[in-house]
Design a protein around this ligand. Structure first.
Ligand code: ARG
Ligand code: ASP
Length: 715
């Protein structure tokens, strides 16, 4: 009997290890919380191989790429790999009709051909440190307001010291809603050059149709090189700069992936909300997501139809469409996933358990009862204001595009009214600088259609109290297309030449006449409404919710009593680990863990933009000569694994048990997109490009095999 119990216990435990592991873990706490489990799952290295302040380790090869992606070093000469969609803007900025690198791809055939990218940076983490005690020093038994001030004061002192006279860039970030604070110290490199990118037909293969989906066949990678001054230190772009020599770069494994192999993703996940109370989950899945999806349905329909009808519009709106559709599609997956997990009830059950624990500890009445009654009132308010805020954000601030110009024009007018001469100059310069780009990608008829459909949605969607006076009536008048056309015609905002001339050369008096412009007027009424009655409320309620979350979170940590708890993602370096595995998305369907070049050919359809395979790739496929990239007569393309990832993890290294690079992360499977709120080991999968596909493309497709010479390839 005892034996059987022991046996089941052991199998249960080991089965547990076979599953995905929720959480994005903090590198300096791996030894304490995760290493044993990671090694049990197959990891062959130590915590110091991942993070070590004194010796070269994996963290020295991982960077924040640009504003919101991850990248990793893959050679001793500063070569870096990230996603195609992370390098997209830079690839685009070098593109023109004659040199269309988005369409044709770009490959530097030697270092002198690499292209500089003003504004693009990569950040290397020097070290991180738990500074909770120092941040909270002297904050006992003072009022909440004094406490916040003291925290700010302490934090800036710590940062100042760590920055060593501007040598480093520093950050202090709260974890667990402010129950802990960590310091992050970065070195920022500013000369980052484009080395290579496949054509969009490969780097974005499948487009928005396949986005968030498995099976996937996207070659979502691009190559850059980090440059430094002669001392290997950061420097602005200069011809004299030399390739940066990293302390560490990732060796690349040609051995590939097998089902159930250990994998780890090491990167910069943006944000997750694992500890949200039931109320917020409810509002998100039943109100916010559906509202935003509904509004975006309309935007996508209008823009999509115009793109379909006119190739020029297709190019103008491609990036905008992709941006709108990315979150739109994710939210749909999120709702589905949360419903399947019965998320609200599962949160309620947890809250019940929490209450029971607090009662048993005698802390319910003294501490937590109030937290929950506060949640009750706060979320009732939040629900109302966030509803209006979502509508405004989707329609006024990120919907009708002409309003963006109205917003910029308004800053100028404001500055003139306030007689701030310097600011007037600056705001004029900023607007003038952005106009060419705005109009290059602006089609007035499309925007008129957006106006015609979205404004009535705003009127119907939000309570009258959140609309400017008599707004509904004036929108009703706009029901005819003719009138809308007339307003756009009458407004100087829609007239590129006149507007540019006004901003560049107009007198202040002429500029002030903008106040009578019909679109400017309408935008301003809406903006004022939002700034007076909506956004301050959302902000203050959010602050109060966070203060309550801090207490609730402290309680959860107490209740879990030392059990390792993953902190929510906050764009700091994290480790996620799991296994290479497929999943069962629905009844009767089983997804394998990998895809191949044959699958690309299966999807090939020259008629459909997203699936138009380049001829050169077809030729290689038909030749059947895949060289060292061949696996069972095919070439591996992408794979899925059960690593807990989120936005920001794009471009992150996916490594094997030996710390060798096996893939570059770029997406998640649709059924698992609720993982930001609730993780399900059965359904949540990250998607990576198999590193062998990237090498195959560099070598065989692009003929840039010389780049492989500087890599360390483990056969
Ligand atoms: N879904 C991925 C992420 O959130 C990829 C987005 C880029 N691709 C696209 N087709 N929009 O960033
Ligand atoms: N595609 C995302 C990114 O760009 C990754 C994800 O959301 O899984 O970071």
């Amino acid at each position: 009997m005892k034996k059987i119990v022991l046996f089941t216990l052991v199998t249960l435990l080991s089965v547990g290890y076979l599953f995905a592991k929720e959480g994005m873990w903090i590198p300096i706490l791996l030894e304490k919380y995760n290493l044993a489990e990671m090694q049990e799952m197959g990891f062959k290295l130590n915590a110091q191989d991942i993070y070590d302040v004194n010796n070269a380790c994996m963290k020295d090869a991982v960077v924040i790429f640009g504003g919101g992606c991850t990248g990793e070093l893959i050679s001793g000469d500063g070569l870096l790999i990230t996603n195609h969609h992370c390098g997209y803007r830079n690839i685009q900025s070098h593109s023109s009709v004659e040199n269309d690198y988005l369409t044709d791809g770009f490959w530097a055939m030697n270092r002198s051909e690499e292209l500089s990218n003003p504004g693009l940076t990569v950040r290397f983490l020097e070290y991180m440190e738990d500074v909770t005690e120092k941040v909270l020093e002297g904050t006992e038994s003072i009022s909440e307001e004094e406490k916040q001030n003291q925290i700010k004061k302490n934090s800036s002192a710590i940062q100042k010291e760590a920055a060593i006279d501007g040598k480093f860039s520093t950050q202090i970030k709260p974890l667990f809603y402010g129950n802990q604070y960590f310091l992050y110290v970065y070195k920022i490199y500013k000369d980052v050059r484009l080395v290579g990118a496949p054509p969009s037909a490969i780097g974005k293969f499948g487009g928005d149709t396949d986005n968030w989906m498995w099976p996937r066949h996207t070659g979502d990678f691009s190559l850059f090189r980090v440059y430094a001054d002669k001392n290997n230190e950061p420097a602005e772009y200069s011809e004299d700069n030399v390739p940066f020599k990293p302390k560490k770069f990732f060796p690349i494994s040609m051995k590939g992936v097998q089902e159930n192999d250990f994998t780890m993703v090491f990167g910069y996940p943006g944000s997750t909300m694992q500890y949200w109370p039931s109320k917020e989950v409810d509002i998100t899945m039943n109100q916010r997501d559906p509202n935003r999806i509904k509004i975006r349905d309309t935007k996508l329909e209008i823009i999509g139809a115009d793109m379909e009808a006119d190739p020029k519009v297709r190019i103008q709106y491609a990036a905008k469409y992709a941006g709108i559709s990315n979150a739109w599609k994710k939210w749909q997956g999120e709702i589905k996933g949360l419903k399947r997990l019965d998320a609200v009830n599962s949160k309620l059950a947890f809250e019940k358990e929490f209450k029971k624990w607090a009662l048993e500890n005698g802390e319910w009445e003294s501490d937590y009862q109030e937290v929950f009654s506060n949640f009750e009132t706060l979320y009732a308010q939040y629900k109302k204001y966030i509803h209006a805020s979502d509508y405004y954000s989707e329609i006024v601030f990120r919907g009708v595009e002409i309003f963006r110009l109205a917003g910029q024009a308004n800053s100028i007018v404001n500055n003139i009214e306030n007689k701030q001469t310097d600011k007037v100059k600056l705001s004029r310069k900023t607007m003038l600088g952005s106009l060419p780009r705005f109009f290059k990608d602006f089609n007035q008829t499309t925007d008129e259609k957006l106006f015609a459909e979205l404004m009535p949605m705003l009127v119907e969607g939000v309570d009258d109290t959140f609309l400017p006076l008599d707004f509904a009536e004036s929108i009703n008048k706009f029901q005819s297309d003719k009138l809308i056309k007339k307003v756009y015609q009458k407004s100087i905002l829609a007239d590129k030449e006149k507007l540019t001339d006004l901003i560049e050369n107009g007198s202040e008096k002429q500029l002030l006449k903008l106040r009578k412009d019909p679109l400017f007027l309408m935008y301003n009424k809406l903006r004022m409404k939002s700034e007076m009655d909506i956004s301050p409320k959302v902000r203050s309620i959010n602050d109060e919710i966070t203060a309550n979350m801090k207490k609730y979170m402290a309680g959860i940590m107490d209740m879990k009593n030392g059990e390792p708890l993953p902190a929510d993602a906050n764009m700091t370096l994290r480790v996620a680990y799991g296994k290479v595995e497929g999943y069962l998305p629905k009844d009767g369907v089983a997804y394998k863990h990998y895809t191949t070049l044959s699958g690309i050919m299966e999807k090939d359809n020259p008629e459909i933009y997203d699936y138009d395979v380049p001829d050169r790739l077809k030729e290689i496929f038909n030749s059947g000569d895949f060289g060292k990239y061949e696996v069972n007569g095919d070439v591996p393309v992408c794979f899925t694994a059960s690593n807990h990832t989120t936005g920001g993890n794009s471009g992150s290294p996916v490594v094997n048990a030996n710390g060798e690079l096996i893939g570059v992360n770029f997406d998640r499977g649709w059924e698992g997109t609720m993982s930001d709120i609730m993780f399900d080991p059965d359904q949540c999968r990250n998607i990576a490009i198999d590193i062998r596909y990237a090498l195959f493309l560099i070598d065989r497709f692009a003929g840039a095999g010389y780049l492989l010479d500087e890599m360390e390839i483990v056969e």
